[in-house]
Design a protein around this ligand. Structure first.
Ligand code: GDP
Ligand code: MG
Length: 442
């Protein structure tokens, strides 16, 4: 996994008080291998390593008090650049309605799902009236699939007429969108298992008659180098305006995203982060770079937490995290957030150290039910114990266990998890606290 490998390299760099040019070059060699193994295209890797090396071996960096951190920052900045720099704000809807958005990509890449996600997004965030039409006459029931999703997001879909060809469906959709005074028409096209001439001809014909404002290439980020090849083929044939990376909730985040900008020359506009129809995010290069560097997605964690809990609580927590303080009261607050944020799985990987904490938990056969137990355990402690867990000797642990209806070993597990998390918080502190981390992330 790219994050883990880069994390190892950078943990080593970060801790260093002095760095030689050779050490930087050695680290960059490791970064190069890690990027290549994560399916980042070779020219992209080469350009990246050259840019980082040139900046990093500059005299100011190596002579500075914190050379390791500076190198990490250079890598971070360069990653952000590679991913497209500033986040691109959404879609270009600047045209006479109905504005046409055409979705293209291989079969199974997530076109139909993303079409429905975008329709929901346009409706809820921009107050746009959308019409969706499936031009997929290849896959059985593909048109019905879109109709079902349309009902779920309460967006109209073009009535299905059997036996029509894609171009004819597109014409009918445009007519219908006009009649309904729709602001946006989303065309969900057919895919193939592989890029072929027939597919490209079909895409060109549909684009030709619908003059889309946006042609979005949907690619599955889990397919790595394949995704890159697909992007290259489409770029040569169809006038793309942007890319949507789906399955960014999966494990292989990074590789495909890093090549996409270079190969298509177009911005990545959205990231699909799950099967649910609200799992669509504006693609944010800074955030993704942070994730790839294994620093955890503290920004989205704090945002997510703020949306779920009271804002003051989130701020207080962020402040305490920044100070490297983290007692059992904080842990309890986190546990409650986790429960309202969708459990442990959701949090793992978002926060530095959480992966370890989660591993420690699942080793002990824990699941989300354990969150409730842990809450009970902390509830059985005195305020002093919560603020200072070191007070919990064997006798006190026994009392707490009895009070919560659980075993002493459960109390120990909780304390172990707390320790893991404290360590993670201290890591954040070492990086200069949330502020420093924020600066690092840009
Ligand atoms: P299409 O053939 O390109 O139209 O692909 P679909 O939209 O039918 O999606 C194929 C599968 O991928 C479905 O099971 C979707 O639920 C799933 N899917 C789509 N986008 C995402 C995503 O961002 N994350 C995850 N985990 N699954 C997705
Ligand atoms: Mg489809």
């Amino acid at each position: 996994n790219l994050s883990d490998r880069l994390g190892t390299v950078f943990d080593r760099l970060r801790g260093r008080g002095a760095l030689s040019e050779q050490e930087v070059r050695d680290a960059m060699r490791e970064v190069r291998v890690a990027l290549l193994e994560a399916d980042v295209a070779l020219p992209v890797v080469r350009r990246f390593i050259d840019a980082v090396t040139e900046k990093a071996i500059g005299a100011e960096v190596l002579k500075s008090v914190t050379p390791g951190q500076q190198v990490v920052k250079i890598v971070n900045d360069e990653l952000v650049e590679m991913l497209g720099g500033e986040a691109v704000e959404g879609l270009n809807l600047d045209a006479r309605p109905p504005v046409v958005i055409m979705m293209v990509g291989l079969q199974g890449s997530g076109k139909t799902t993303t079409t429905a996600k975008l329709a929901k997004f346009l409706k809820e965030k921009h107050g746009k009236k959308a019409l969706m039409a499936s031009l997929d006459v290849n896959r059985p029931a593909a048109q019905e699939q879109l109709a079902v999703l349309g009902e779920q997001v309460s967006v109209a879909t073009l009535p299905i007429v059997q036996g029509q060809q894609p171009v004819d469906i597109a014409r009918r959709a445009m007519e219908s969108a006009r009649l309904q005074a729709a602001d946006v028409l989303l065309l969900d096209t057919a895919g193939r298992l592989h890029v072929d001439e027939a597919l490209m001809a079909e895409m060109k014909a549909v684009a030709g008659i619908s003059s889309p404002n946006e042609v979005l290439l949907v690619v599955d980020s889990l397919t790595g180098q394949d995704a890159v090849n697909v992007a290259r083929s489409f770029t040569e044939e169809v006038p793309l305006t942007g890319v949507v990376l789906t399955r960014m909730d999966g494990d292989a985040r990074g590789g495909a995203a890093l090549s996409m900008r270079h190969v298509t020359g177009k911005p990545i506009k959205f990231a699909g982060t799950g099967e649910k129809l609200d799992a669509l995010e504006a693609f944010d290069p800074k955030r993704v770079a942070g994730r790839i560097l294994g620093m955890g997605d503290v920004v989205s964690l704090v945002e997510k937490a703020a949306a779920t809990i009271k804002e003051e609580d989130a701020e207080a927590l962020a402040r305490r995290m920044a100070k490297g303080q983290f007692d059992l009261n904080d842990l309890r607050m986190q546990l409650r957030q986790m429960q309202s944020m969708g459990g442990l799985g959701m949090l793992a990987g978002m926060l530095p150290g959480m992966k370890k904490a989660k591993a420690a938990l699942s080793q002990s056969g824990a699941d989300d039910k354990v969150l409730v137990h842990m809450d009970a355990i902390i509830g059985s402690m005195t305020p002093k114990e919560r603020a200072n867990p070191a007070l919990l000797n064997a006798k006190r642990k026994k009392r707490v266990a009895a009070g919560s209806g659980l075993q002493v070993q459960d109390v120990n597990k909780l304390l172990k998890m707390h320790q893991e998390m404290s360590r993670a918080m201290k890591q954040i502190k070492k990086m200069g606290g949330l502020k420093g981390l924020g600066a690092l992330l840009g």
